[in-house]
Design a protein around this ligand. Structure first.
Ligand code: PLP
Length: 373
């Protein structure tokens, strides 16, 4: 958390609960993905809200995030997508009863050396992401290894989709689904009664073939549409955004025709105008890439960024507000994300101006002070 900042990320837990119900209705059992502080939305409050909707298994990234989640009082199953990295991680697995994802023989060997009491594990396979996971052809070796280690209990098998949000690459997703289902069949044939999951948000919403016993969804729970800007955008249109971010106006002043503003004078007024200086900048995660590109929402009206985003300040052109009978005063709240009325800023749009994706917008702006409502 950035302590000195007046920036507030307001997180609507009811929107997250709504999205969970929507996803569960469409895809059955949901494992909410809450890595990286629940994509910036706040780990503890998000997990508690989802627990009230019936979620009983949560996926974090690192083992230490699992430890942190346990410390919030979470009683459910905790899946650690990244598996153990160091000695502390290995001892936490048993003491905090966390389920590590294991995707390399080397990690299996290390587990075997360090853990002698029974431990539930998840086996991760690489079916096309080329990042983490066993190759499918390693399966016989793994089965042979596990036969001789009854204390290592595979309770889950998973793989991760690489292009599920891209309509043009649906064929590859189909291949990943087929490959994964062959793997799961082989594991079950060898006597492992495990829970299989493959789908992420995009998989659940667009690829029926990727749905298994459970689905690991992150982005859609937070109201991000995995398909924004594509022909599949309608598939995510009922999701409700959960995060709104606002900052205060620090100063309001006229900018005369011909005057430049902010570093480099990259914007020069082409007529007399009124600008507001808003107290947010790149040190609070509001990217400098938004210079002269993005918009903010002042009481329901879009106001364009003029000049470069600075470390703790950004200038916006508020000349148009007088026409709506709106005065701009020091201390007024301006929204960078969400906000009231027709000017509400969607994460997908902000991401596009910024040159990134909504995942990054949430994670980065979520580092600021959060209020859960
Ligand atoms: C982050 C993550 C997910 C969730 O993906 P979304 O696109 O946010 O739904 C699922 N599985 C794994 C392995 C992940 O790392």
């Amino acid at each position: 958390m950035i302590a000195y900042s007046k920036i507030t990320a307001r997180v609507h837990l009811d929107a997250i609960r709504h999205n969970y119900r929507l996803l569960a209705a469409a895809g059955g059992r949901i494992i909410p993905v809450v890595k990286s502080d629940a994509y910036g939305h706040g780990l503890g409050p998000v997990v508690q809200a989802l627990g009230r909707e019936g979620a009983d298994t949560f996926a974090v990234g690192y083992v230490h995030e699992g430890v942190q989640l346990r410390a919030t009082g979470c009683q459910g199953r905790i899946l650690c997508l990244l598996g153990p990295v160091d000695d502390d991680d290995f001892s936490a697995l048993t003491s905090e009863s966390l389920i590590p994802c294991i995707g390399h023989q080397e990690t299996l060997d290390r587990l075997d050396r360090r853990v002698d009491s029974p431990l539930n594990i998840a086996l991760k396979f690489d079916t096309g992401m080329s990042r983490l996971g066993f190759r499918p052809d390693e399966l016989p070796e793994i089965l042979d290894f596990l036969k001789r280690r009854p204390h290592l209990r595979p309770v889950m098998a998973l793989s991760h989709l690489a292009v599920a949000d891209e309509p043009q690459q649906a064929g590859l997703t189909g291949e990943q689904c087929r490959e994964f289902s062959d793997i799961v069949r082989a594991l079950r044939a060898a006597g492992h009664a495990l829970e299989a999951n493959l789908a992420n948000s995009a998989g659940l919403l667009a690829h029926e073939g990727s749905r298994c016993d459970s689905q690991r969804t992150g982005l859609a729970l937070y109201g991000g549409n995995p398909f924004s800007g594509t022909e599949w955008a309608h598939l995510g249109c009922e999701l409700r955004p959960a995060m709104e971010v606002s900052a205060p106006v620090l100063s309001v002043h006229p900018l005369d025709k011909g005057q430049g503003i902010s570093y480099g004078h990259t914007y020069v007024a082409d007529e007399d105008m009124l600008v507001a200086v808003v107290g947010v900048g790149y040190s609070e995660g509001y990217s400098r890439g938004l210079s002269n590109r993005g918009f903010m929402n002042f009481k329901g009206h879009r106001v364009p960024i003029v000049g470069r985003v600075c470390m703790q300040m950004t200038c916006v052109d508020v000349s148009s507000l007088a026409r709506h009978g709106l005065a701009v005063n020091v201390g007024d709240e301006v929204h960078l994300l969400g906000g009231p009325g027709r000017g509400s800023i969607q994460a997908g749009e902000l991401a596009e101006w910024w040159g990134t994706i909504d995942y990054e917008v949430f994670c980065v702006l979520g580092l600021n002070r959060k209020i859960h409502v």
